[in-house]
Design a protein around this ligand. Structure first.
Ligand SMILES: O=C(O)[C@H]1O[C@H](OP(=O)(O)OP(=O)(O)OC[C@H]2O[C@@H](n3ccc(=O)[nH]c3=O)[C@H](O)[C@@H]2O)[C@H](O)[C@@H](O)[C@@H]1O
Length: 434
């Protein structure tokens, strides 16, 4: 007890000629040790921290991360070149950059273009809006057919410029977009990012390209919004969108007008009407109804005001592919060079529908028959989520100008979809794996 001083100041150090130095030495070593440990800790933290992964809950964040996807290098350029090279037998080949190539429509049109010998390069950001493994499966299929999909975002202008440096695109088929009507209430900014900013970013690069490509892009039947004229014609009012999704597609149509007017870009907009079929989008009703019916879950069928029928002009994917090819084949050249317009350029808009609307409850009856399962249904009032009660395309313009003629009715198209669905989701033991 006696050796412990009552107050710290009274503690007497053992006398030594080296003691002051030794004290400083000890404290320096301690500092050095502390700093080294700190460095080591930071280094270890850096090592074990996982790389930023696209977040499932925030697709905008996911999209931002995807901007940093690596691209470039000799091997990459070689793949870009080889995918964009048309087959030697093809006369007057197109060289097409397909944005959204891992998507539903994009994958089908890319395959069709490649089949007939055109050069095709895909671009897709593989965002997490719906099951990415389905996009990867489409990518593998395209890869086996010689179509390379570059991983990147349409908002990445330096990537787009690089692609134009490597390949001389004659056409752009622009299908990359934030799709879905109802999701716009959940994530409005993703619609602005892709459908407005992304489209402008692409057009900016196209306008400066030399030669400028012709552009064909996906608008939507949803631009008709609260239009009551039936069937919907291209000349009908489209200034009353019912959803933010529709508003961004309508904005795209106006933006297309501007770039055509100022820079001489040849632009064709396609108003797709509820496209369905094999390799489709899991966020669409026919797709998740199938899944839910098979899982015994109740499906909500929307009804309009006063128990009115909700109907869609469901259009089969193969018919849409023909419409896209017809648009690419009839697209005239852009007229600008070096970012300057040299003369008037083509500006078109077409409905691509099926011309025979089917009530959603009939869609469900067809699915029940094909799946041989009675669906559990609940009829609910259509929520105020941007949906419109019906769509019905007048396709006479596309028929005249593109030779577009849909040939698949809903029953036939759904049969092909169900066959694909059961095959795709069947696991090795033959059970359905969702
Ligand atoms: O034609 C178009 O422009 C649009 O077509 C579809 O949009 P939508 O027609 O609403 O397709 P679904 O979401 O598959 O809905 C089909 C029908 O099912 C109805 N529905 C949807 C969901 C649900 O739970 N219950 C239900 O009855 C909808 O009201 C609609 O009438 C696509 O999702 C859009 O990306 C596309 O642009």
């Amino acid at each position: 007890m006696d050796s412990i001083p009552s107050t710290p100041g009274k503690f007497k150090m053992e006398k030594s000629p080296y003691s002051p130095f030794r004290h400083r030495f000890h404290s320096s070593v301690a500092k050095l040790l502390f700093i080294s440990l700190l460095f080591l800790a930071v280094f270890l933290l850096f090592l074990i921290k996982p790389p930023p992964s696209p977040s499932l809950s925030n697709p905008t964040e996911a999209r931002r991360n995807l901007h940093s996807t690596t691209w470039g290098g000799q091997a990459w350029e070689k793949r870009v070149r080889s995918s964009s090279r048309p087959k030697p037998h093809r006369s007057k080949p197109l060289i097409v950059l397909v944005t959204g190539a891992a998507g539903f429509v994009g994958s089908h049109v890319s395959a069709a273009l490649k089949r007939r010998g055109d050069g095709v390069l895909g671009l897709d950001n593989f965002n997490h809006y719906y099951d990415v493994s389905l996009k990867r499966a489409r990518q593998s299929l395209l890869n086996s057919q010689g179509v390379f999909i570059v991983e990147g975002d349409i908002n990445d202008s330096s990537l787009l410029r690089k692609l134009f440096d490597v390949a001389a695109f004659t056409h752009i088929l622009h299908l990359a977009a934030q799709a879905g009507v109802r999701y716009a209430m959940e994530n409005p900014s993703s619609y602005i990012d892709s459908n407005v900013a992304g489209f402008v970013s692409l057009l900016e690069v196209c306008k400066s390209a030399n030669p400028q490509p012709a552009i064909v892009w996906a608008s939507s039947s949803s631009v008709y919004g609260l239009n009551t004229e039936v069937p919907f014609s291209e000349s009908d009012r489209t200034d009353r969108p019912a959803s933010l999704y529709a508003a961004t597609k309508k904005a795209g149509e106006e933006i297309a007008h501007t770039y055509n007017h100022i820079y001489g870009l040849s632009i064709t907009g396609l108003r797709f009407f509820t496209v369905y079929g094999p390799w489709g989008r899991p966020d669409m009703a026919y797709f998740f109804f199938t899944k839910d019916i098979l899982q015994g879950k109740t499906i909500p069928i929307f009804e309009g005001p006063n128990h009115g029928t909700v109907a869609r002009d469901f259009t089969y994917i193969d018919d849409i592919v023909k419409g896209c090819l017809g648009s690419l084949d009839t697209a005239e050249k852009s007229t600008g060079t070096g970012g300057k317009k040299r003369g008037p350029a083509q500006l078109r808009i077409f409905n691509l529908g099926n011309t025979s609307p089917v009530p959603v409850k009939d869609l469900v009856s067809i699915l029940e028959r094909l799946l041989k399962v009675k669906a559990k249904k609940t009829i609910i009032k259509m929520p105020r989520n941007g949906d419109v009660p019906f769509t019905h395309a007048n396709i006479s313009l596309a028929q005249r100008e593109l030779g577009y003629k849909p040939t698949t009715d809903l029953q036939t198209g759904l049969k092909k979809f169900v066959k694909w669905y059961l095959g795709y989701y069947k696991d090795v033991e033959g059970k359905l794996a969702f």
